[in-house]
Design a protein around this ligand. Sequence first.
Ligand SMILES: [Zn+2]
Length: 313
Amino acid sequence: MVQPREQILQAFGGQVNMRIAFQFSRDEIKQFLGNVRANPVAFGAAGTDIPAIQALCQDIARLWAFDGTHYSDPSLRPEQHILRVLHPEWPREYISKFRLGRHLFKDVNFWSLPDLLGLVLNLLGPAPAGATRRNFFLPLIAMFGKWCQKLCVEYPPVVLQCTWTTGGNGEYFLGASMSGYNVDKVETGSWLAVLNRARFSVISTERFRLSGWSQAWSPSIRRRRRDGRPFGRCAETYPLRFLLRDTADKSAIHGLGLSARVLWSTHAYDDRLAGPIWEGTWNPCSNCMALIENMEGLVANFNRYNGRRGAPA
Ligand SMILES: [Zn+2]
């Protein structure tokens, strides 16, 4: 008997078959983003978002491998997919070689190629009517992860995540774990600390600081001490900031994470529950659970076992 395949919905204004887009080459992704930049509305964008989308496409093209002019700027070595400027006092002890560049969206800074790419795909929404984990969000996360792996050769993301609302407007938000950087200690000084601090600032609020957590004191650090991770490095960082934090109906906010590791060896989208993509789905870590609770979301809505029933075995 032939296995039934998932009926995956078309993305981005009905223009994109994600089974095909999952297999795009680096050049095909660049071509797609060029088409989006030329005509965002044809890919589902709102007219009011056209300037934001075009600015995003421009910065993504500066940062992608291998011909992004900013990525490979000889005055900003080592090569990386991060918007950055040279620190005027470099080289000097205890400082970072770079200061973070800026790409502001709704007053929040974005600087890394995977996050900029996620943001542009968010703006090519909304999700089509009837979108579920099985027929839209998991294929979208997987396609996003593949694209990150093609465009981003310096420290590509380890985890991808999508957060979405079932509250009616079809909004969703893709995020990647902290990635795209090269923080060689000798070559870049304290650059890693700059990036960690910036990621933390995306989710830090008065309410969060009053909860007793801080950048240096997270559930992961409490448990694993020196091996623990600070807040902000996870793929959930931007999605929770944009979709959960200020939403009135928090119970309508759901999410799913995916380990990027399983994507490296997967060349066609595999919709089987026993396949590597469903197997690679990911629950929120202890830091993200604390963050979701602090933002008054429902941790249970982010469980990797939700919404699997009926998927091809
Ligand atoms: Zn996490």
